[in-house]
Design a protein around this ligand. Sequence first.
Ligand code: MG
Length: 185
Amino acid sequence: MNIGIDIDDTITYTYENMLPFVSVMYNKNLVDLYKAKPSYQELIKTLPNYDKFVHDTFPAMVKLVPLRPHVVEVLEKLKRDGHKLIFITARSDDEYLGRAYEYSFEYLKVNKVPFDKLVIGSKNKSIDCISNNIDLFIDDSSKHCKAVQRKGIPVIQMANSFTSPVRGIRRAKDWNEVYDIIKEM
Ligand SMILES: [Mg+2]
């Protein structure tokens, strides 16, 4: 199978890693932020000059972002099972000093994440899934999971700390569960 995979909050803890930067730049209490778990949409709506915040902090922030547990071992197993791994991320050049591809490629290499292809700037993931012949798509975002599933492509939603389950969309709590689901397919 060609497996399409999101990066942020699907193989990483980007959100949890970003909140300390919100805390510093906006002088907000980090305990309160972790408790409130504002969604990205809420942060975009409520934080002044959010674009500038992203521009000033994301390049350093993503270099520090931790991988979720078992990502590398599960992706290596999937490669050994004969699957192709295609990362499809919405990360854009606006956010990464014009170098979203280089930032993402470097991160995957440094962290020894196996992959066959990297697609960046994917605002409409259903289009990129179709053009890359994706057979299974894994993402934490309800919006992207719904859009891809509507095109008839099977989807697994990676659970994160700030998104509720969506009826009709299969959800995995971690990468070992993703592997078990794929073995059943
Ligand atoms: Mg994501």
